[in-house]
Write a protein that binds this ligand. Structure first.
Ligand SMILES: NC(=O)c1ccc[n+]([C@@H]2O[C@H](COP(=O)([O-])OP(=O)(O)OC[C@H]3O[C@@H](n4cnc5c(N)ncnc54)[C@H](OP(=O)(O)O)[C@@H]3O)[C@@H](O)[C@H]2O)c1
Length: 365
């Protein structure tokens, strides 16, 4: 994966699409969505329809071509008049400037392999181009990557951390939902001397929409309602994405990641436990200020004194972060909350599109 994090926090300027004179015509970005029936695509459509600089020109569904988009996403009825289309590389190349791909893992790679020779910009909402090392896909996703030679074309799209690289990229791998919460929660402290990140523990809880539309034990109402479901202890593939992002210089990180499903529609709460350095002198207040300073220019990250709660970020693109020190046991606990479909997927996708297209970062959000 190219230029991962190396230019962190470099200023970015990419205002070529902005009107310098209000009499000039404003060229909107023509946007397509592949995997248009997905939960994430529904949210993307909702955001893009309200975006001032976007025209939606294409929405793909392989299982429901020629049916109205509003029939799959009823909350969009009356707002979108498009029908779903079959995947059509030539049509996309001729009618889209940028395409979001919102398919399950390895189903994105198969269409992106066909699209990547075209000049259009691509934002992949799935996992297929997030891991830099193709050798990690068999280990974490149980498959050989179908097109390893194009992985290096993709920039990891964690907007706050990789803004300058995203601005100059044509290919962006949008981060996973759990990794967005965890990496934003950990990143400011990575560079602080004395802290040991070689083994950290992450305890995460996601709303049921994180599992997408397909029925499963985790999203079946009878099993999910009134329940909290632990799953994939130590083996969730998002672990590799977090470990990739949180290695710093020659230091590597092993993450023990324990995800759970909550009986709520949307939202993620992740708490990262990091041992305090020997003879720690940093207070909770000082670390909170360090975080506030780190994210002072980032409109979607709010560092707070109290405990972050999902309800304060649900349906928004915010990530709220809070830090607690327990001197007795010697741990720092960093809690981070996001909406998994917004900052964890569609919201961050639109934020990345804004950065790539030179639009105000908050447009449509
Ligand atoms: N849900 C979240 O919170 C979240 C967060 C971050 C990232 N993501 C990522 O975003 C992408 C979409 O996630 P989602 O949860 O929105 O998915 P979803 O609701 O389960 O929908 C997936 C869509 O992919 C299409 N598809 C194409 N080939 C498929 C296949 N072989 N098997 C199943 N579906 C296939 C289906 O549409 P057709 O039937 O029309 O082909 C389906 O509507 C995934 O890569 C996911 O990992 C999701």
């Amino acid at each position: 994966m190219k230029r991962l994090f190396l230019l962190h926090k470099m200023p970015y300027r990419n205002y070529r699409h902005r009107r310098v004179n209000k009499n000039m015509p404003y060229n909107k970005t023509k946007v397509g969505i592949i995997g248009g029936r997905s939960v994430v695509a529904g949210e993307l459509l909702r955001l893009l329809l309200a975006h001032n600089n976007v025209e939606i020109t294409y929405v793909e569904s392989s299982s429901k071509p020629d049916t109205p988009v509003g029939s799959e996403h009823p909350f969009l009825q009356g707002k979108v008049s498009l029908d779903f289309s079959q995947f059509d590389c030539d049509f996309i190349a001729n009618n889209c400037d940028l395409v979001f791909v919102s398919r399950p893992h390895m189903q994105s790679a198969t269409v992106i392999e066909q699209l990547h020779r075209e000049q259009i910009k691509i934002i992949d909402m799935g996992a297929d181009f997030r891991l830099q090392d193709p050798g990690l896909y068999p280990a974490w996703y149980n498959v050989e990557h179908p097109c390893p030679s194009i992985i290096s074309e993709f920039t990891y799209g964690l907007s706050e951390i990789n803004k300058a690289q995203i601005a100059s990229s044509k290919r962006v791998a949008n981060p996973g939902c759990y990794p967005t919460s965890v990496i934003l929660g950990c990143f400011p402290i990575l560079k602080v001397d004395g802290w040991d990140f070689s083994r950290i523990i992450v305890d995460s809880y996601s709303g049921v929409s994180g599992a997408g539309k397909k029925a499963s034990d985790k999203n079946h109402f009878l099993n999910n309602y009134g329940n909290v479901i632990p799953y994939r202890f130590g083996e969730h593939p998002h672990t590799a994405e977090m470990e990739q992002a949180l290695c710093w210089g020659s230091k590597s990180t092993k993450i023990l990641f324990f995800p759970h499903v909550l009986p709520i529609e949307r939202g993620i709460i992740s708490t990262v436990f990091i041992p305090l350095p020997p003879g720690n002198k940093s207070t909770q207040k000082e670390l909170t200020e360090l975080y506030q300073n780190f994210y002072r220019k980032d409109v979607f990250v709010r560092v707070q004194e109290g405990y972050p709660e999902i309800k304060n970020v649900a349906h928004t693109n915010f990530c709220n972060i809070g830090l607690k020190i327990d001197e007795r046991t010697g741990y720092l606990a960093i809690t981070s909350v996001i909406d998994n479909i917004m900052k964890g997927a569609a919201g961050q996708g639109v934020q990345n599109m804004n950065i790539m297209e030179g639009y105000p970062e908050k447009e449509g959000l």
